[in-house]
Design a protein around this ligand. Sequence first.
Ligand SMILES: NC(=O)C1=CN([C@@H]2O[C@H](COP(=O)(O)OP(=O)(O)OC[C@H]3O[C@@H](n4cnc5c(N)ncnc54)[C@H](O)[C@@H]3O)[C@@H](O)[C@H]2O)C=CC1
Ligand SMILES: O=C(O)[C@H]1O[C@H](OP(=O)(O)OP(=O)(O)OC[C@H]2O[C@@H](n3ccc(=O)[nH]c3=O)[C@H](O)[C@@H]2O)[C@H](O)[C@@H](O)[C@@H]1O
Length: 457
Amino acid sequence: MKISVIGCGYLGAVHAATLASMGHTVVGVDVDPGKVQHLAGGVAPFHEPGLDELLRDGRASGRLRFSTNPADARDAQVHFLCVGTPQGKTSDAADLTYLVSATQALLPHLAAGAVVVGKSTVPVGTVEMLRGELATRPDVLLGWNPEFLRQGTAVKDSLVPDRLVYGVEGGRPAAFHPATGAALGVTAALDAVYGPLLAAGIPRLVCSFATAELIKSAANAYLATKVSFINAVAGLCDAAGADVTELSEAMGLDPRIGSRYLHAGLGFGGGCLPKDIRSFRAQAATLGISAVEDWMGLVDAVNVGQRMRTVGLAAQLCGGSVAGRAVTVLGAAFKPDTDDIRDSPALDVADRLAAAGAHVTVTDPKAVNNAWLRHPGLRFESSTQKALQDAELVLLLTEWDEYRHLCPATAGQLVRRRVVLDARNVLDAAAWQEEGWVVRGLGTAATSGGLTAAAAR
Ligand SMILES: NC(=O)C1=CN([C@@H]2O[C@H](COP(=O)(O)OP(=O)(O)OC[C@H]3O[C@@H](n4cnc5c(N)ncnc54)[C@H](O)[C@@H]3O)[C@@H](O)[C@H]2O)C=CC1
Ligand SMILES: O=C(O)[C@H]1O[C@H](OP(=O)(O)OP(=O)(O)OC[C@H]2O[C@@H](n3ccc(=O)[nH]c3=O)[C@H](O)[C@@H]2O)[C@H](O)[C@@H](O)[C@@H]1O
């Protein structure tokens, strides 16, 4: 099939490349000429494992190209809208202006009977609003196909998703022929797009626009809830002298609970969960559902609280204040295996420590270039060894494998004080303590110890 992907960021670039790998002919359109140049050259403009290979394959096969001109999408039968829906500047609600302008730019180039399908994460009611934008083209079909991929595993998540969700006009009853059961309209078009995935047994759920919009928001809200729940319990563990890592392991072995998104620490960040729970909160407020509104407010507050708590613990480990202290931060990306620094908890903490007078050095395997542009008050170092040199306090804030497997003896030779705040609870505390380190986690008070001694140094 001929397909266009409008918006080629973390979501759209991966979507375009994986569709081409399934045999479709794909054009990716983006307003950012630099991004398009990279992608057209077969190089991902951001770090995403496996994407470069797919881009190169797509280029070599001639099935994948990129452009800044929406007119280049005119031959496509299906258009996927993948532009950003960031948090608005003055409220919690999502900013839909990119979606509206992308739709308007595409409108004059739509072929007769084309299918326009949104993948961006949007508040409930957005598809109805976009239908108004397409009012002059009753022949054009509209659908919503929310995306659930995670950065860092985006290629695999796209090729082997847990499920496909199609939001269609009239919902499930309108999606299939009443007599034959054959898929109709948008459902048939998306079945053709995702043929190889459906043949591999990936479940496909067809529902109304409103349900599709809410499925995506609710899924992210639930993941965020799980993380904030365990982080709230981590606070309880600290107060009670219990260990949240052991608690979480035991809870997670119950299949009704499951261990994923139950890892306590610095909390969630990134371009999605934080803005999506705020958008969900704003939607609930508009619809007058105070339970969801209050719930999301609490999930957000617990999450932001973990950052404050980390800053407070850093001060405690420095005897009450970080002012004048050399602090090394391991990690700048919002999570490992990405160079994305959008709402990065690590950089938020680093900024706060710098504002409190610490001399902060930040290192990261992939995100240093992105980070130094936006955080001029911090010092960046790409070598872990150089970053650790003469540190008085080390903070592990993004759990890259490289940091999980740091040798405590080697690191100990580099620093001035052997004190580490493991805000992702991933280090083998006993191994580090054996090398003379004071180790502090979040919610792991029972295994830390040595705090008073650390503060005194
Ligand atoms: N990043 C992720 O892992 C996932 C993101 N999503 C959702 O997908 C959407 C996009 O997210 P990201 O890819 O992370 O954002 P992004 O900011 O990386 O990419 C958005 C792209 O859209 C482009 N753009 C803006 N206006 C345009 C226009 N009029 N025409 C063409 N291109 C235009 C921008 O230049 C940018 O490259 C958001 O709604 C997000 O919530 C959903 C699932 C996963
Ligand atoms: O809508 C989106 O954009 C995407 O948002 C998340 O994906 P992503 O933001 O890439 O990252 P996750 O792996 O979900 O991690 C999010 C944050 O939660 C944190 N986290 C995750 C799990 C955990 O146990 N504890 C924890 O603190 C991570 O460090 C990270 O900062 C969802 O997992 C995807 O399904 C969704 O498609």
